[in-house]
Design a protein around this ligand. Structure first.
Ligand code: GLN
Ligand code: ZN
Length: 783
């Protein structure tokens, strides 16, 4: 079956990383591309910044110990998104953007940006989560009519750029199977069409690219195929497996080995499972396994003989320093399983673009905590050490192994990592701590206390974060504004927000969250067990970066967090004010979380801290508390077999947080950013009295699922798409509400926007809320 002579496989380095942050240690790329979008610079200037970043990355990776004469350093740059890059490579630009494509099929930087960001009525490519990470990619739109052509030689030029600098890099491209598995059918595609049906038509483009790369001198190429570890892509396992065989027959078997680079297929984010023997049976030269999320193969895999196997033992997805000794042992075990004829190399489990650049950039972090962390640069050094260990034996890297052992030992025993009082409290909880009383009783008690009209109106929590708010926060952070002055300004903002809500006529008011920089970081800063970084930016999508907090120890609440603000707000109005908290699952999803205990245990610690906060809000007279869980769907594991366990701990942590209140205290939750059909059972399990859900864009589809499920509690399907600057008209909202009233009982229905308003401006928010209120009054009149 193997047509390639194994001895002819080009040499692979003993250590490599699957990818590296692209945005720059000081977010240089973000700044450059945003300046370009704003018209302040031209494409040539952005290209120059990007080329400089790529050069600095290569130099840095070489300094940290990756080889430059063998393809250890990935060439994995992107201006916006690697999936959009593949779309540009394949010339698969949707018809509405056809005018942006040059005669040669190319998309220039302006056109590429427009496809990513949209223009006027032409919506951008849809954005969605990249596997179970916080990165978002742009969804390709593929139909039977999509024409593919080799439209971008960017990977070749970037490879040549490295070579000219004396660095033999390894180009990284999204593989053909994953590209199509992540695509969605174009609007006009016939029923039953699946983008993966077009595999045979994209393969020639990949083949051309491979030939070009080889001609430019590339010895290895990396094709990323994470779709193979997921059950959540739009293709069945059978389709995926057939596609793997077809794709790699075309690329590996049918192109002679001396006319293309050797092919490394990377499968980050999970376990290949049944796809491993299938991949191993193809003529590709290498496979990169995620051995952090995935397991070592239990038994020898036929077909690995003669191949390179990259053991992804260094976690590309989290920030903890590795146990180097154990990692080296696992690589040795992998050697045993892969067999004498395979070549094992050390690697990261995923690209490193999910972690910040460099721990050394965090001088303000506690030095002990810092010694437990590994950001991208530290991980590269770990890989380099493992490569030496593999080549020369563990003794050669004894010092590094001992240093890692020492750091891990301090981590295990450090004050704050294990707090007996937190653990004892959790261990002592009975099942009743996770249960509220009967919903019918709660409903009656809350109706009695709150006296709300039918179709109560509310918002999701935040109001616009104005330039003045940001300025005040920045001045406070710099020390130019005292805490007392800052808090005065925030209270003034709260007064404005309350007045506005009263004048518009909303029924349940919020304080507007002006004091929060971010819905997770704010809590991280106010809970024990968390740290925040100064420069720890990671790419969320395009030029958008986030700075996740680090959850390193047992969590507890040293003092009430939101009670003062909420109480102040309630003092300004006779309408009920809704307290506003971020839920345990979302706090975990948007932080780097300790890896030394099950996530469910960590979630319960966060939940207990929130439970105390909610009880304090209740004691302060607050009748409604919302616990946001927008990330509930987001942490859902990639493999269907793991869903039940995840949903169990995530739902339990929410219930633990919210079950400490009286029957007449109303618990709300809010979910957004995803399709909820899959987790409808879990939404029921949360047992929240009211659930607000993003629904405007999908025209309230979710209500059908909810009605079908016989869901008894209240829901607030969003009637205002806050992702768009558009102001919905009264007629539009009325229509949405009328359709809602048809599918769900009136006493179960709330009226609210899709999500928080913090990213919008008052010019949009005020008239939008006015439309919502006018529509609500109109529909109420018909009841
Ligand atoms: N309460 C938050 C807000 O209104 C919820 C944000 C979210 O769902 N992402 O901003
Ligand atoms: Zn939301």
């Amino acid at each position: 079956m193997t047509t390639n002579d194994t001895t002819a496989t080009p040499e692979f380095p003993a250590g490599t990383v699957l990818g590296y942050p692209r945005i720059g240690p000081r977010r240089e790329l973000k700044k450059a591309i945003e300046a370009f979008w704003a018209g302040r610079t031209d494409a040539a200037e952005v290209e120059a910044v990007a080329a400089d970043l790529r050069r600095r990355t290569r130099t840095r990776l070489a300094e940290l110990g990756l080889r430059t004469d063998l393809p250890a350093i990935p060439s994995a740059f992107s201006f916006y998104d690697q999936v959009l890059d593949a779309t540009a490579l394949l010339g698969a630009v949707p018809a509405r953007f056809a005018d942006l494509v040059g005669d040669d099929g190319r998309l220039d930087l302006a056109g590429y940006s427009t496809v990513a960001r949209g223009r006027g009525e032409d919506l951008p490519l849809e954005m969605t989560k990249w596997f179970d990470t916080n990165y978002h990619y742009l969804v390709p739109e593929i139909g039977p009519e999509t024409e593919f052509r080799y439209a971008s030689d960017r990977p070749v030029r970037e490879f040549a750029e490295g070579l000219a600098d004396g660095v033999l890099t390894r180009p990284v491209i999204v593989g053909p199977v994953t590209y199509l598995a992540l695509a969605k059918p174009t609007e006009g595609a016939p029923e039953g069409f699946s983008p993966i049906d077009r595999l045979a038509d994209v393969l020639p483009v990949y083949a051309e690219l491979l030939r070009d790369l080889r001609a430019a001198g590339a010895t290895w190429v990396q094709l990323d195929e994470p779709a193979l570890v997921s059950d959540s892509v739009d293709a069945t396992p059978e389709q995926l497996h057939a596609a793997v065989a077809e794709a790699y027959r075309a690329l590996a078997t049918q192109i002679p080995a001396d006319e293309r680079p050797a092919i490394l297929v990377a499968a980050p984010y999970g376990d290949l499972g049944e796809a491993l023997p299938l991949l191993a049976a193809t003529d590709i030269e290498g496979i990169a396994l995620d051995l952090v999320r995935g397991a070592l193969p239990a038994e020898p895999v036929p077909g690995l003989a003669g191949k390179v196997v990259v053991g992804g033992v260094i976690d590309g997805h989290n920030v903890w320093r590795a146990d180097l000794g154990r990692a080296l042992d696992r690589l040795e075990s992998l050697r045993g399983i892969a067999g004498a004829e395979a070549t094992v190399a050390a690697g990261t489990s995923t690209s490193l673009f999910h972690v910040p650049h460099d721990v050394e950039d965090e001088p303000a972090l506690d030095p002990t905590l810092r010694s437990w962390l590994a950001f991208a640069d530290q991980k590269v050094a770990e890989v380099a050490a493992l490569a030496t260990g593999l080549a020369e034996g563990g003794l050669a890297v004894k010092e590094q192994i001992l240093a890692a052992d020492a750091a891990l030992a301090t981590r295990r025993n450090a004050p704050g990592v294990v707090r007996p009082e937190v653990r004892e409290r959790l261990a002592a909880l009975g099942e009743d701590a996770f249960q509220r009383g009967d919903f019918a009783d709660r409903k009656a008690a809350q109706a009695q206390r709150l006296q709300l009209p039918p179709l109560p109106t509310t918002t999701i929590g935040s109001f616009p974060q104005t330039p003045d708010i940001r300025k005040a926060r920045a001045a406070h952070d710099r020390g130019d504004l005292s805490t007392a002055q800052y808090e005065d300004e925030m209270r003034a903002e709260i007064r404005r927000v309350v007045e506005l809500q009263e004048s518009i006529g909303l029924d349940v008011l919020v304080h507007g969250e002006p004091e929060r920089n971010d819905m997770v970081q704010y809590f991280a800063e106010n809970l024990d067990g968390f740290a925040v970084t100064q420069n720890g930016w990671v790419q969320s999508y395009g030029s958008r970066c986030t700075r996740p907090s680090i959850l390193w120890g047992d969590v507890s609440r040293p003092a009430p967090i939101t009670v003062g603000w909420t109480q102040y707000t309630q003092s300004l109005t006779s309408k009920p004010v809704k307290g506003m908290l971020t839920g345990p699952v979302t706090i975990l999803a948007w932080s780097f979380v300790r890896d030394d205990q099950p996530l469910g245990d960590t979630a319960n610690q966060v939940a207990l801290a929130l439970r105390d906060e909610i009880t304090d809000l209740e004691a302060a007279g607050i009748a409604i508390v919302q616990v946001d869980e927008p990330a509930l769907r987001e942490l859902l594991p990639l493999r269907a077999a793991d869903h039940a366990a995840y949903l169990d701990w995530s739902v339990r942590s929410f219930r633990l947080a919210t079950s400490g209140v009286r029957a007449d205290t109303q618990i709300h939750t809010h979910l957004c950013y995803s399709e909820f059909g899959e987790v409808i059972g879990a939404i029921d399990g949360l047992d929240a009295d009211v659930t607000s859900i993003e629904a405007a864009r999908s025209k309230m589809e979710i209500l059908g699922d909810i009605a079908d499920a016989g869901y008894p509690r209240a829901v607030g399907p969003g009637v205002y798409d806050i992702h768009s600057p558009r102001v919905p008209s009264e007629a539009e909202v009325t229509e949405l509400l009328e359709s809602a009233v048809k599918s769900i009982a009136v006493d179960q229905l709330w009226v609210n926007p899709d999500c928080g308003l913090k990213t919008r401006r008052y010019e949009e928010v005020t008239p939008s809320l006015e439309s919502i209120l006018a529509a609500t009054r109109a529909v109420r009149a018909t009841l």
